[in-house]
Write a protein that binds this ligand. Structure first.
Ligand code: SF4
Length: 64
């Protein structure tokens, strides 16, 4: 099962990931995303891949 994580040091707080994928990522108190589903499965794997692709800072990591 792939693992979803965020490199908060790279995050620019642009907000695309939490806006487009609120079921996977939620904005935390510091403006950076908090991962809600650390081990996506089924359709959420594609969603997590999309989130990683749209991040302008390449801060969203999906490890196989
Ligand atoms: S899309 Fe990337 S840079 Fe923007 S808030 Fe999410 S993790 Fe941070």
């Amino acid at each position: 099962m792939p693992r979803l994580s965020v490199d908060t040091k790279k995050c620019l707080k642009s907000g695309q990931c939490t806006y487009l994928h609120p079921d996977l990522l939620q904005e935390g108190p510091d403006g950076r995303p908090v991962v809600l589903v650390a081990e996506p499965s089924g359709a959420q794997i594609q969603e997590a891949e999309d989130a990683a692709e749209i991040c302008p800072a390449m801060a969203i990591i999906l490890e196989a």
